[in-house]
Design a protein around this ligand. Structure first.
Ligand code: GLC
Length: 595
């Protein structure tokens, strides 16, 4: 009996130990950034022309438009190009300098444009090529830049290339996608798709083979190792550059290449996302994520962009550690991607001065000038930023002030400027093709890992006004329902209200233009000892201007001395003021001063 008890205790002990390790591995932040930084070259030399006119993208501010949800001009309940054109004056008037459009190319719309069936024509519900030309023209006419979304990892399974490729083993496009024989009745190897739920391999009877799809089965991966495919893609890139598109956002860029010997990926106990090590869903994506070829590919694309004399750029939707990012930007020379999205703030953040300071210090260490970090809090894939701020507009003011005054390129997703909230469309009614995969995953776990299981909820129609249809569409039925709260959260009202979030964006973007130091100046934090708790203070300076920003991350009033003498010209104040050398920041207040 005693022996049984003893063994039971040992077994329980071991299980407990294992569970503790499992929880630690999956929930703890195990990065050692200092060690990583030591491995990276401290000097970064630009390879290409660094003149200001060519490098405008380093200093721009970007607004993301999700065409399906921006503005419906013809009453079919779906946003379109004419609708967008009618709103360009709005975007310009808010002060954004560059617009990135999620894809509007021909597509069966199963992933709402991220499944392209022709890169050089336009999905009819959005418009046509003539309208795209006029969109490019109208954006330029307003002295703004235009960025397209390029999905190079995969096409739709309805793309004629794929239809031909899958038809036999010996057609001219047979090697345009990633095809492999299975092993007996099983897929070629153990690779799972990005979601980690199903095999990334999909069987096709015609070829008695499997094709690889890193994302969803209807998005087969192009075989970019095939020179013919690469050449065709370069042609497409040039097609748009010749039409004067100023840049590209590159979709899931570091999933483009695979190890062509297709070994099994190692297993791991990592269930939650540990992108920096390429591990998630119990798989280490050693052979199908961030392969060396992708770095070469980035350089080849950069060369094409640099052959246009007016400065074009690309930003990668890329994942991984800061080392991965630096490799993509070009490790020794700046000859890779121009910018990379830094996604830490997008998925989760702690709303505190300490957290923001520590993140900026991290980004400044890994992306020192001439590199430029990016700040992105919302996009068409994740919960809206205001959800991470308890839907508190005062906090959104602080977030915007931080984003638009920090050294880096800010990205704002349509609707973020008015504090649009995350919708509540249930998983079971989702149009988002990813949602199905989340149905089986417990809610607590989905929340823990910070994903948005139904991306429809950040894609609901833009709220232009309080009228029925939110000024988005004249149709009562829209592709996704308009959120009820459009009656209180909308552009029209906020344009009238001088204290609105929209006015915060307008004022700050205007200040960015008037004070270029916010775009090109150095960035230095004011010592914590000189500031009250929960207040973040930083100085942006160049040879001509100095601007100081104070942000109160707490709901308590903070009063302190302005130790920086002579800086008493107030540029921006929101629940904050400067009075005879004394700074007062009310709850979640912001103040920007200069000399
Ligand atoms: C990117 C896009 C996302 C899309 C996926 C597949 O993550 O942002 O919307 O579903 O790639 O193309």
């Amino acid at each position: 009996m005693r022996r049984i008890l003893k063994y039971t205790a040992i077994i329980f002990g071991l299980i407990l130990l294992f569970l503790t390790y499992f929880v630690w591995l999956n929930l703890a932040d195990n990065h050692n950034n200092e060690a990583l930084l030591d491995e990276l070259p401290s000097q970064i030399t630009p390879k290409y022309d660094t003149s200001e006119s060519k490098n405008w993208w380093k200093q721009t501010s970007v607004y993301q438009v999700y065409p399906r949800s921006y503005k419906d001009s013809d009453g079919d309940g779906i946003g379109d190009l004419n609708g967008i054109i009618s709103k360009l004056d709005y975007i310009k008037s808010v002060g954004f300098e560059t617009i990135w459009f999620s894809p509007f190319f021909k597509s069966p719309q199963k992933d709402h444009g991220y499944d392209i069936s022709d890169y050089q024509s336009i999905q009819p519900e959005y418009g046509n090529l003539v309208l795209v030309d006029s969109l490019i023209n109208e954006v330029h006419k307003r002295d703004m830049k235009i960025v397209f979304d390029l999905v190079l990892n995969h096409t739709s399974n309805q793309h004629p290339w794929f239809l031909e490729s899958k038809s036999s083993k010996d057609n001219p496009k047979s090697d345009w996608y990633v095809w492999k024989d299975g092993k007996a009745d099983t897929p070629p190897n153990n690779w799972k798709n990005i979601l980690g739920q199903i095999s990334a391999w999909n069987y096709v009877k015609e070829r008695d083979q499997y094709y690889y799809a890193a994302f969803l089965p209807f998005q087969p991966d192009l075989n970019m190792s095939n020179p013919e495919v690469k050449a065709e893609i370069f042609k497409i890139v040039k097609f748009w550059l010749d039409k004067d598109v100023d840049g590209f956002r590159l979709d899931i860029f570091n999933f483009i290449f695979e190890d062509t010997s297709y070994p099994d990926n190692p297993s791991t106990l990592q269930l939650s996302n540990n992108m920096s090590e390429g591990k998630w869903a119990f798989e280490e994506h050693k052979y199908n994520f961030h392969q060396p070829e992708v770095l070469e590919f980035a350089k080849e694309l950069r060369e094409i962009l640099e052959s246009y004399s007016d400065g074009r750029f690309m930003i990668g939707e890329v994942f991984g550690s800061h080392r991965h990012m630096r490799e993509l930007l070009g490790l020794e020379k700046q000859d890779g991607l121009n910018l990379v999205f830094l996604f830490d703030f997008l998925e989760r953040f702690e709303f505190s001065a300490d957290y923001f300071r520590q993140k900026v210090e991290e980004y400044e260490a890994f992306y020192p000038s001439p590199l430029v970090p990016t700040y992105v809090f919302s996009n068409h894939d994740q919960a809206r930023s205001i959800t991470r701020l308890d839907n508190d507009v005062r906090k959104a003011d602080i977030l915007a002030t931080f984003q638009l005054t920090m050294r880096g390129v800010p990205f704002t997703y349509q609707g973020e400027e008015i504090g649009m909230t995350t919708g509540e469309i249930p998983l079971t009614e989702a149009q988002d093709p990813l949602s199905e995969g989340w149905l089986a995953v417990p809610k607590w776990f989905r929340e823990e890992i910070g994903v948005l299981p139904n991306r429809d909820n950040c894609r609901t129609p833009m709220q232009w006004s309080k009228e029925t249809g939110a000024g988005f569409s004249s149709n009562d039925i829209t592709w996704l329902p308009v959120q009820q709260n459009h009656t209180s959260i909308n552009v029209e009202d906020q344009l009238q209200d001088k204290n609105s979030l929209l006015q915060t964006y307008k004022s700050l973007l205007a200040i960015r233009k008037q004070y270029p130091v916010l775009k090109d100046g150095t960035m230095k934090f004011i010592d914590n000892e000189e500031l009250p708790e929960d207040v973040l203070g930083y100085i942006r300076a160049n040879s001509e201007q100095t601007v100081i920003v104070y942000l109160n991350f707490s709901d308590k009033d903070k009063i302190f001395n302005n130790n920086l003498e002579g800086y008493n010209k107030v540029l921006f104040q929101k629940r904050g003021n400067l009075n005879e050398g004394e700074i007062k920041l009310n709850s979640f207040g912001a103040l920007i001063v200069t000399n």
